[in-house]
Design a protein around this ligand. Structure first.
Ligand SMILES: C[S@@+](CC[C@H](N)C(=O)[O-])C[C@H]1O[C@@H](n2cnc3c(N)ncnc32)[C@H](O)[C@@H]1O
Length: 472
């Protein structure tokens, strides 16, 4: 592959060439070809063609330690083909080494960039493979075998609701999710049937469902539900026209869809409950504004999860969980709320009344109103309507407590997860979006409220603020 060098620096040149060939071969999948780069072929020791996204670079080392380099743009070159060069230039051996280094760097950059590009393209795969494992109940199967249990493929398969599971498929799914840090594979011998699967701490915490108040499984089942994924296929249309992606996909908005599809209604409301369990812990540990409230309406309260936490912390409060009729119908019954969806919650909470209706029509009267993650779903006009009805339902100086994400104008999000909620609003909601402090204040002032407090939450919900306003 490497032709004879004829210079005095033959040893050095050969060493350089060998190094060059090796790293080009290894790192850049370089292809070494023997055809001369020019007609005579006299001045050439070797030619390396590096295919790089359709641009191949031919480097020609001469016997005088000078090198001819040609760039082949856009045309690939195979062993039988002709090398297509750009205008050749002469370089010293040092320059070749530098160029080789650059090639090496750019080749490894190319590889890592391509890996990243492919990961982005296939980023739906972990979500949906994890969903399949969850639907097969695998994290719970392993967890129920003991705190640090690990099970063989056969032991897992024996718990599946089928007589004839496909073990090849199962093992590939489990192997992939082990690479993703969800399962831990252990193997005591070379025999593949010795492989056992345990749960990582991370999976125990978030992907086991049973007796787990912080399980994120309901969120996964919601976001990866075909009905809730379909609107993402219409995101581009929301740029071309000012449209509602969910309506484009399903012909009606999410709330109307839920009314007609009880399964989606459940999946959505269960997912909201899970996130609310996590958020309420933080809200109640930082904010004590509920202590003087006697009657509290949670507008768009879903299954009443937030209210269940509030009245547990402040048992003197009479809570009204207000949401669309098909949503409150699925809320735990009174007395003994929360037993259905929050099994870990005490069964004594009985101060919650579930009331069905639309916040665009009217809102039950109370001395305070709680609105968590509701206004984010709506455009300005709808927010003003909802807030206008809140204003009507409250007495003079009545308190409105809003819990919403507040964006910070000066700091652009630097983690993609920080933008997810905002994009979910384009896909699923009715013109909804995250808002900054000024936008929230403006909306509230326009609706007859005076903001008296804006309080941030720590940790996971640090984007969320409690905005306390008084009816004026
Ligand atoms: C994003 S969820 C938030 C649920 C709850 N506040 C929480 O934080 O878990 C929005 C809620 O608004 C409710 N909603 C939508 N349209 C409504 C309407 N017209 N009247 C009352 N509630 C409505 C939905 O049913 C849903 O429960």
């Amino acid at each position: 592959m490497v032709k004879n060098a004829t210079s005095n620096n033959r040893g050095n040149v050969n060493a350089l060439k060998l190094k060059f060939v090796l790293f080009m071969e290894e790192r850049s999948k370089a292809k070494i070809i023997e055809e001369p780069i020019d007609d005579t072929g006299k001045s050439m020791d070797f030619i390396i063609e590096q295919r790089n996204a359709g641009n191949s670079k031919a480097v020609n080392v001469t016997s005088s330690n000078r090198i001819d380099a040609g760039i082949n743009h856009g045309k690939s070159n195979d062993n039988n083909g002709e090398i297509l060069k750009g205008k050749p230039s002469s370089m010293t051996v040092g320059e070749v080494a530098e160029q080789a280094n650059e090639s090496n760097n750019s080749a490894s950059n190319f590889e890592s960039e391509m890996e990243h590009a492919l990961e982005v393209i296939f980023s739906f795969v972990p979500t949906l493979v994890l969903k399949s494992a969850i639907l097969l109940n695998i994290p719970d199967i392993i967890a129920s075998a003991g705190a640090n249990a690990s099970l063989s493929l056969d032991e897992i398969a024996a718990k599946l609701p089928t007589e004839s599971p496909n073990l090849h498929h199962l093992s590939r799914i489990l192997t992939y999710l082990s690479i993703k840090g969800i399962f831990v594979q252990t193997q005591t011998s070379n025999n593949p049937s010795d492989i056992r699967y345990g749960l990582t701490d991370f999976a125990k915490r978030f992907y086991v469902r049973k007796n787990n108040p912080v399980s994120l499984v309901p969120l996964l089942l919601m976001q990866a539900h075909p009905v809730l994924m379909a609107p993402w296929h219409h995101l581009h249309e929301c740029v071309l026209q000012d449209c509602n992606a969910f309506e484009k996909a399903h012909g009606k908005d999410l709330w109307a869809y839920e009314k007609d599809d009880p399964a989606v209604n459940d999946v959505f409301n269960n997912s909201m409950s899970t996130l609310t369990v996590l958020a309420m812990g933080q809200i109640l540990s930082c904010y004590d504004g509920f202590k003087e409230v006697k009657t509290l309406v949670d507008v768009g309260g879903g299954k009443g999860t937030a209210l269940a936490h509030i009245v547990k912390a402040y048992p003197h409060i009479h809570g009204i969980n207000f949401d669309l009729p098909h949503v409150v119908q699925t809320a735990p019954s009174i007395p003994g709320t929360s037993t259905l969806f929050l099994p870990y919650f005490p069964k004594t909470v009985d101060q919650i009344e579930n009331v069905g209706g639309s916040m665009f029509d009217s809102i039950p009267i109370a001395d305070a109103i709680f609105l968590k993650n509701v206004l984010i779903d709506w455009d300005e006009e709808s927010c003003l309507q909802i807030l206008g009805n809140c204003h009507k339902a409250l007495p003079e100086n009545g308190r409105l407590i809003v819990a919403e994400n507040v964006t910070v104008e000066s700091s652009r999000p630097n983690k993609s997860i920080e933008m997810v909620a905002d994009l979910v609003m384009i896909a699923l909601a009715n013109g909804g979006k995250e808002r900054n402090e000024q936008e929230w204040k403006r909306l509230l002032q326009m609706s007859g409220f005076s903001v008296i407090k804006m309080m941030g939450l720590p940790g996971l919900f640090s984007k969320m603020k409690i905005i306390e306003a008084i009816k004026v």
